[in-house]
Write a protein that binds this ligand. Structure first.
Ligand SMILES: Cc1cc2nc3c(=O)[nH]c(=O)nc-3n(C[C@H](O)[C@H](O)[C@H](O)COP(=O)(O)O)c2cc1C
Length: 404
C-alpha cells in the first residue's frame, strides 16, 4: 500500500473501490474514497472511507507513519462512504479528538454508537494548529448534507471540500493531469448533474464566500476521484458555469417506445435539430444496463443542453414507466434552480385518447423546465407528413435553443 504526496507533509491515504458500479442509483466505473494525512508537528487525518476499507486506508497511513500517532481526525461529512471506517479508527486510536460540525456530531450518533468518542464541534473560522500546518474549517451546510464542511490547509493552499468537486472514477491516477483534464471534467459533470444541481444556488453563494475570504487555492482535494492540482481553476469555473445553467446549444431527446412509433418521431425531431446546426443527443431509456441509457447518464446530457424533449407513448392512460421514472428523478434534481432555465416539450404516439404527452409536459414543468409548446403527438405510426412535422418541430426547437 502506498500513499501519494500532494505536498510535503500532505498525503492521500484513501481507498480505491474498483468494483462499485452503482451508488444511490448512479452508475459509475468504480470510485475512490479519499482520505488525507496532514503532518505538522501534530498529525491529522482528514476523512475516511466506506466500512470494509479500513485496512486499505490504514495500510496507506502505515507507509507514512504509525496510525497510533494520529493526533486528530477531521470529519468533513458523515455519509458512510467517508465515515464508515471511523468506528474501527476510534477503536484503534481511542480518545482521538474528532473535529466536525454540530450537525455532524448529531448525525454520527445516528449512524454509530459514539459513546465515549471525543468529538469536538467546530464552526466556520475555527482553526486547528498542527505546528507548521494550520487547518481552517468552513461550514458548508447542504453542500451536500446538513453536516458538511470544508477544511482548508493554509500553508499549502489546499482545500478539502469533501464531496464538492468530486468525481466517481476508479483509476491509478490521483491527479487531474494524470487522468486528463477533459476526462476528469466529464466525470465531475456527471457528479454535479446527479448530486449538485439542486444545490446550485448554494454553490454560487459558497463560491462567493470562499472568494471573499481572499484565500489562495492551489489544489482542491475532494473526497472522490482525482485531486485538482493543474486544473483547479477549471473545476471552479465549471462549477460556476454549471450552477448558472450555462449549457451548450444542444438538445437532449429522451424517450422510450413500445412499438417504435415514438422512436420514429424522436429520430425525425433529431434530424430537424441537426439541420439547424444544433447538437443533439438521443437517449433511449431502457433498463439502464447499457451505456448512455441510465438516468444518471441522461441527466448529465440534460445538464449539458439548453433543451430537453421527452418522448412517451401512452400506456393505460399514462406516461411509460421508464419515462415517468426519469421525470421523477429529474424533478428531484430541480434543474429549475440552475441560473438559466432549460426549455422543453413532450412528444409521443398514442392509440386512443392519449394522455402521456400532456402528463409529461406537466412533469417537465414540475421539474422546473420551461415548457415551450403543448406537445407534439401522433395517432399510432407517424406517416410521412407527420414525420415531416416532427422534423420541423425539431428545427423550431433548435432555433429557440440558438436564440437563447
Ligand atoms: C398495453 C397497451 C396499453 C395502451 N394504452 C393506451 C391508452 O391508454 N391510451 C392510448 O391512447 N393508447 C394506448 N395504447 C396504444 C399505444 O399508445 C400506441 O400503440 C402507440 O402507437 C404506441 O407507441 P410506440 O410505438 O411508441 O410504443 C396502448 C398500447 C398498449 C400496448
Amino acid at each position: 500500500m502506498i500513499a501519494k504526496e500532494l505536498a510535503p507533509g500532505v498525503h492521500w491515504v484513501g481507498a480505491i473501490d474498483w468494483n462499485l458500479r452503482e451508488y444511490h442509483g448512479y452508475t459509475l466505473p468504480g470510485t475512490t474514497y479519499n482520505a488525507y494525512l496532514v503532518q505538522g508537528e501534530k498529525t491529522a487525518l482528514i476523512d475516511g472511507a466506506y466500512g470494509g476499507f479500513e485496512e486499505e486506508v490504514l495500510g496507506r497511513i502505515k507507509s507514512i507513519c504509525d496510525p497510533a500517532t494520529i493526533d486528530y481526525i477531521i470529519v468533513n461529512h458523515i455519509e458512510m462512504d467517508h465515515s464508515g471506517t471511523l468506528p474501527e479508527f476510534v477503536r484503534r486510536m481511542p480518545d482521538v479528538p474528532i473535529y466536525c460540525t454540530e450537525r455532524a456530531k448529531e448525525g454520527l450518533a445516528r449512524h454509530y454508537d459514539t459513546t465515549g468518542w471525543n468529538i469536538r464541534v467546530v464552526k466556520t473560522g475555527d482553526t486547528l494548529d498542527l505546528g507548521g500546518k494550520t487547518l481552517t474549517f468552513l461550514e458548508a451546510p447542504m453542500l451536500h448534507w446538513p453536516d458538511s464542511m470544508f477544511t482548508y490547509l493554509a500553508e499549502d493552499a489546499i482545500l478539502f471540500p469533501n464531496d464538492a468537486f468530486g468525481q466517481h472514477v476508479a483509476s491509478a491516477a490521483r491527479f487531474d493531469d494524470e487522468l486528463g483534464r477533459d476526462v476528469a471534467l466529464a466525470h465531475a459533470q456527471k457528479f454535479f448533474a446527479n448530486l449538485i444541481i439542486p444545490l446550485a444556488p448554494k454553490v454560487l453563494k459558497k463560491l462567493d464566500e470562499v472568494g471573499a475570504l481572499g484565500i489562495d487555492i492551489k489544489m482542491i482535494a475532494p473526497s472522490h476521484g482525482v485531486i485538482w492540482r493543474t486544473y483547479a481553476g477549471d473545476i471552479l469555473k465549471a462549477y460556476t458555469d454549471w450552477s448558472r445553467g450555462v449549457s451548450k446549444d444542444k438538445v437532449t431527446i429522451v424517450y422510450d417506445t413500445m412499438h417504435g412509433s415514438t422512436g420514429m418521431m424522436a429520430k425525425a425531431i433529431a434530424e430537424g435539430v441537426m439541420a439547424e446546426g444544433v447538437d443533439v443527443r438521443v437517449c433511449l431509456l431502457r433498463d439502464g444496463r447499457y451505456e448512455g441509457t441510465h438516468r444518471s447518464d441522461v441527466v448529465t446530457e440534460v445538464l449539458d443542453s439548453k433543451a430537453v424533449l421527452i418522448g412517451s407513448p401512452t400506456l393505460q392512460d399514462e406516461v411509460l414507466p421508464t419515462v415517468a421514472g426519469f421525470l421523477s428523478y429529474l424533478r428531484g434534481l430541480r434543474p429549475g434552480r440552475l441560473g438559466t432555465k432549460k426549455i422543453g416539450c413532450a412528444f409521443g404516439s398514442h392509440g386512443g385518447m392519449g394522455g402521456a404527452v400532456a402528463q409529461a409536459n406537466e412533469l417537465l414543468k414540475a421539474a422546473g423546465i420551461e415548457v415551450i409548446e403543448g406537445g407534439f403527438q401522433v395517432n399510432y405510426r407517424p406517416d410521412a407528413d407527420e414525420l415531416a412535422r416532427a422534423y420541423e418541430f425539431g428545427r423550431s426547437v433548435a432555433r429557440k435553443v440558438r436564440s437563447r
